[in-house]
Design a protein. Structure first.
Length: 234
């Protein structure tokens, strides 16, 4: 489910003394300490901890890292110092802009790093394979809109690379987003066809549409199918 694990991103201005940490990951003491040691070795300190969304594999380690660094935790809702679309986070001379990209979850956001023409996408776009729409919190309509928004960012040159929450860096953001857009439409048509052929519930749709996919991911596939069934029902 997490590919190679959750990516924790440390953002700093070259030679700067302030760092932004995106997605501390799970509550693993050794990992959080590695983050602190890495930033300290660069002669800097963590001044912000921000979350792409609230799933535990991205957020569970935030309280421990906050305790170690004294930095605030920022995210969308959930009692954090709320972030909103268009907000700009700074660390020294570095600027990171919040881009609302709901759909995987209702609180999913991405971060545009203009200095590198990169977008940190959390689980909205992965470095390998495709993501799920986490029904009932996630919504397919919102997710499709978010893909279109990222597509627009790649089209105007603002975003060239994707720094995902799982998997490797994506050097060609436009190509990956196009792949995601086509994949989502194809899956939606497959779900529509399975329902038309008599699949009575989400489990039956999963068995039909995801027959060639390892059964270990069927529970996640079911969440996406439920989101697609709701979208078709709407």
């Amino acid at each position: 489910m997490t590919l190679d694990g959750t990516n924790t991103w440390v953002l700093m201005d070259p030679g700067g003394t302030e760092a932004i940490v995106i997605d501390p990951g799970e509550d693993e003491a050794a990992h959080q300490q590695r983050v602190v040691d890495h930033v300290t070795a660069l002669g800097a300190r963590v001044t912000r901890i921000v979350l792409t969304h609230g799933h535990f594999d991205h957020s569970e380690g935030a309280p421990r890292l906050a305790q170690l660094t004294g930095a605030p935790v920022q995210a969308v809702g959930r009692g954090h110092d709320d972030l909103g679309d268009g907000d700009v986070l700074t660390a020294g001379g570095l600027e990171v802009r919040v881009v609302a990209t709901p759909g995987h979850t209702s609180d999913s956001i991405s971060f545009a790093l203009a200095a590198d023409h990169a977008l940190l996408t959390g689980d909205t776009v992965l470095g390998r394979g495709t993501t799920m729409v986490a029904h009932p919190d996630g919504e397919l309509a919102a997710y499709l809109d978010s893909l279109e928004r990222i597509k627009a960012l790649t089209g105007d040159g603002e975003v060239a690379a994707i720094l995902p929450g799982h998997g490797p860096t994506v050097p060609d953001a436009a190509a990956m987003v196009d792949f995601y857009r086509v994949h989502r439409r194809e899956r939606l048509e497959q779900v529509r066809a399975a329902m038309a052929d008599g699949a009575a519930d989400a489990d039956a749709v999963v068995a039909s549409v995801y027959a060639d996919v390892d059964r270990s991911v069927w529970p996640a596939a079911k969440l996406s199918v439920l989101a697609q069934m709701r979208y078709l029902g709407d």
